[in-house]
Design a protein around this ligand. Structure first.
Ligand code: SF4
Length: 218
């Protein structure tokens, strides 16, 4: 019937494959997982329901950027970082408010996550810091919409060069490991808010590589 056909439509690749740079959106992911991704390791398929959830997030993003355009504050949207950078990605928008520029990052959250939001997520802030430092802009805004109620929340973030320098150091090291075929050790999960391994598409590659520095070339 229709459900199976729609699920089949959503069974598509989600950006795996060999590369030698990092996405700004993945800098708080498990580094071992990023390693497997960059090596093009075998992974499970993303299930169609999760693909549809991502698509819903993209629709919210487009709707809010379009609304911002209508207010006349947007000076640029989908601003790409230079290709030679360690980090790749696209800032959602740059807006001008009272003569000051802000990088805007649009996010969406489930009703449960939105209700529990007592500040921006670390992953959102890290991503924004990368854009602020690349584009040499002092302030940013993280705009969040609740997927259930369409309520909005916003967080103003100041540029922090130390956060960016630390990310450059950490990911410079990871890039060396990728080049040298050194698998990162299993992470210390004590700071994780939930067990990311439960949703990891590279669980099999992770299990097979064990917790060693054994070479893994994909
Ligand atoms: S299974 Fe867990 S530790 Fe292994 S790569 Fe995935 S997230 Fe990282």
């Amino acid at each position: 019937m229709l459900k199976e056909r729609i699920d089949e439509f959503y069974r598509k690749e989600d950006g795996g494959g060999k590369r030698d740079y990092f996405y700004a959106s993945e800098v708080t992911d498990c580094k071992r997982k990023i390693y497997f991704k960059m090596k093009g390791a075998e992974k499970e398929e993303l299930d169609p329901q999760t693909s549809r959830k991502f698509e819903r997030g993209n629709q919210i993003h487009q709707k809010l950027i379009s609304a911002l355009y209508s207010t006349g504050v947007v000076t640029a949207s989908e601003v790409e970082m230079p290709n030679q950078s360690l980090f790749h990605g696209r800032a959602d928008a740059v807006v001008s408010l009272n003569g000051e520029n802000y990088v805007v990052e649009v996010k969406s959250a489930s009703p449960y996550a939105f209700k529990k939001l007592d500040g921006p997520k670390k992953s959102w802030v890290s991503q924004l810091q990368i854009y602020l430092n690349h584009f040499d802009i002092e302030k940013g805004i993280i705009l969040v919409e609740c997927k259930g109620t369409q309520k909005l929340e916003e967080f103003c973030i100041e540029r922090d060069e130390k956060v960016f320098e630390e990310l450059e150091r950490e990911f410079g090291e990871l890039l060396e490991m990728v080049r040298e075929d050194v698998v990162p050790k299993k992470p210390d999960k004590s700071n994780w808010k939930f067990d990311k391994c439960r949703y990891c598409l590279y669980e099999k590659a992770c299990r097979q590589a064990k917790n060693s520095l054994k070479g893994f070339t994909g």
